[in-house]
Ligand binder design. Structure first.
Ligand SMILES: Cc1cc2nc3c(=O)[nH]c(=O)nc-3n(C[C@H](O)[C@H](O)[C@H](O)COP(=O)(O)O)c2cc1C
Length: 360
């Protein structure tokens, strides 16, 4: 089977979630022995359709432009058994690069008008158009984010073409969250499985699709974490790409955001079978306290003080945020008595040691 995989994400270098999902799908397709050609539309010159209808009149089936679409991609597209359209969701639809490609497939249609069984007018095809799979990713966590795109697809696809499947992954940035690695791996494994299934049967099993689209987290936490992340990017003047390259950590700017984010970084295994109570007493821009109770791999949080803490940390709020985001060295700051620790210091160090395994 000859497959053409078109990627319209402008982002390269491992930043693109469209590419992450597409690579998984293509790996599965290749495992099932399909011949897959991946084309990054950003590397190609594809001019806008001018609406001149030369392809319908003077040179039937041939576009007036001379660019990568006419020379390379349109013939490849026509010769494929299946085309994967992999696009990021931009303003609820395919992005401009994919749209430009689609408009340029007009020479495959005839100018004439026919009425379908549903009574609606359509243009018949000049040539056999390949079967299609849509693959799209988006930033928002809700699957309904793709509703307009799916409706648009139903309306715009050429009549009598085989739209085989739509793979839509919402909340795609969660695929690289260190706290959701198991779920993200399952999504990518299922996408690979979908690639194998498409080659074997031109279908994706409902169980496979359910794994691909499984919820990755709750929507309230997604928004909270996302807001702390974007505030950090703005405060530090970095783009998402730079944030990743510098291995930065989202920086809480209030007690509320600290209480939300802190549990994600705790090495709960260090507590073993014990119930450990960790108390923070902040000074400076945040004059408040909070308590974390770590028990059986779960971290519970409450604002204020608790009666009996195993470890109490008294610190200026901004200093602890500097330590959390690796701007300041926690050990050095302790030696310089910039903050104080009461209780089990060894356990504190173990709790803050980077987790090797995020499965808990
Ligand atoms: C111009 C633009 C418009 C976007 N519109 C939406 C949108 O309507 N809904 C959404 O959930 N995400 C939207 N996003 C977020 C992208 O879908 C998301 O960042 C996705 O991961 C981009 O794909 P990529 O990682 O392959 O580049 C938009 C992003 C951009 C740059």
């Amino acid at each position: 089977m000859k497959i053409l995989a078109l990627n319209s994400s402008p982002r390269s270098g491992g930043d693109s979630y469209t590419v992450m999902m597409l690579n998984a799908l293509v790996n599965g397709m290749r495992e099932a022995e399909a011949e897959v050609d991946i084309v990054n539309l950003r590397d190609k010159t594809i001019r806008n359709c001018m609406g001149c209808f030369t392809c319908w009149t003077k040179t039937p089936g041939k576009c007036v432009h001379k660019d990568d679409m006419t020379k390379e991609l349109f013939p490849k597209w026509l010769a494929s058994d299946l085309v994967v359209y992999a696009t990021p969701l931009y303003f609820h639809t395919i992005n401009a690069a994919m749209s430009t490609f689609w408009e340029r497939t007009l020479p495959a249609a005839l100018p004439f008008f026919e009425q379908g069984e549903d009574g609606k007018t359509f243009h018949p095809l000049r040539a056999k158009v390949p079967a299609s799979v849509l693959l799209s990713v988006c930033g928002f966590p809700e699957a309904s984010e793709f509703d307009a795109l799916l409706d648009f697809l139903m309306r715009t696809r050429h009549k009598n073409t085989n739209a085989v499947a739509s793979i839509c992954r919402a909340g795609a940035s969660l695929l690289t969250s260190p706290f959701l690695q198991d779920k993200a791996n399952d999504v990518l494994d299922a996408t690979k499985q979908a690639g194998r299934e498409l080659v074997k049967s031109m279908k994706i099993a409902p169980e496979t699709m359910a794994r691909i689209t499984q919820p990755l987290g709750d929507i309230q936490s997604f928004a909270k974490m996302g807001n702390i992340y974007w505030k950090t990017c703005i405060a530090e003047g970095v783009t998402p790409k730079e944030f990743q390259e510098k291995k930065m950590v989202p920086r809480p700017d209030s007690l509320d955001s600290f209480m939300f984010i802190f549990p994600f970084g705790v090495n709960t295994r260090a507590a073993g079978d014990r119930t450990v109570v960790l108390q923070f007493k902040f000074s400076g821009e945040v004059e408040d306290s909070c308590c974390f109770t770590i028990e059986k791999g779960v971290v519970r949080v409450k604002q204020g003080t608790c009666e009996k803490a195993d470890i109490t940390i008294e610190t200026p709020f901004h200093l602890w945020m500097d330590i959390m985001t690796r701007k300041a060295d926690g050990g050095k700051m302790l030696m310089e008595q910039r903050y104080k620790v009461h209780g089990d210091l060894t356990l504190m160090i173990q709790l803050f040691q980077k987790r090797n395994d995020h499965s808990s």
